[in-house]
Write a protein that binds this ligand. Sequence first.
Ligand code: IMP
Length: 429
Amino acid sequence: MPATSVIGLQWGDEAKGKIVDLLTEDHDIVVRYQGGNNAGHTVQFGGQTYKLSLLPAGILRPGVESVVTGGVVINPRAFLEELDGIVGLNGGVDRNLLISNRAHVVFPWHMAEEAVLEKGRGGDAIGTTMRGIGTCYRDKAGRTHAIRMGDLVRGESFRDRVETVVGHKNRVLQALDPESEPLDAEAIYSEYSQYAERLAPFVTDTTSHLHKALAAGRRVLFEGAQGSLLDLDHGTFPFVTSSNSSGAGIHSGSGVPERAIERMIGVVKAYTTRVGGGPFPTELDNEIGQHIRDEGNEYGTVTGRPRRCGWFDAVATGYGARLSGVDCLAVMLLDVLGKLEEVQVCEAYEIDGERTTDFPAQLEDLARATPVLRSMPGWQADLTGIRKLEDLPVEARDYLDVVAELVGFPVDIVSVGPDREQTILVDRS
Ligand code: IMP
């Protein structure tokens, strides 16, 4: 079956947007299946830079259908703002956009609850994006106070539903933080009714739509948000996001079985970054880390926070790759390391004197892990104009070979700059 997927194998921000944009050309449908507007994809198109959070990157391509499935949590205000920012592109996006009636809706109470919960964690704060994503997924799992896109656009009992939920949420918020402002059910109802009117034409059963599309041989591209190590079940819990951001989320989030996927591309940075809290064995809290941050412009697309930077971690990335079941790697931002005299790759961890290449499940073990680093000479060259593997300096090629060997998957794509053209496709035949 002709489906492809693009998955981040680290802690997010692997520049998946560029790969999705590149592959969109060969696909009919692009699908977002988990996360919400905590994600941020930057796509350069027609001399303009677009920052997408909820809309699939395919929305920028004429004729390509964009599908947001039931595993995504949707903040309708953010969704419409994004849509308004690109109106006129893609020959009128309304003909090409579908939103699942199963997707859960993010409401103001989700942001209010998250603010109280994060504050309550003090120094152990997860460092979330404060977009109400985790609290919306929590209501989905709790089932009692959840509202889906289908409920929002049907309208019939929506007003009663909002009143009931707001009554409950106000009691909870007051108990957690007596100074919190009570939410106004009527104001929320009337604001969200307007969103419902605008979104209704797009809302449908995307699961059966995708089943039919695949059966008809249409080419589908699944666009992962965040990265495998932020996966709720398999990542560095509790410093994770609240959805299955590894390949595990494709089936649950879209209703399309994983066997439908023919090619799974694991996207990695040539180094490692992380935003928010949680252990990070190869973190460079020094001038090299700052150098990488400056050269790679490592500041969050959504929150603007400086990203923590460190050496490439083959233990963590190998785990992410196996978890997601990738076929190959796309190594991004290789050019960013171009000024360093020496580069390092973490090939194992040492935990309490024991060497291991297993990625620990317990946070305390990961926090105690010391990286075993392999040092290599840097290439000290500008790679941004290079388009062929054989034209890369030998040190850069050696670096890619070490990444492939240690992670355990071949490198099919190398990115040396943000533009579509700044890409090296590796011919393995
Ligand atoms: P949440 O997804 O807002 O609940 O945040 C949980 C954790 O995931 C925090 O450490 C965030 O910084 C991180 N996170 C969420 N979305 C992204 C992303 O798109 N890129 C990188 N980190 C993210």
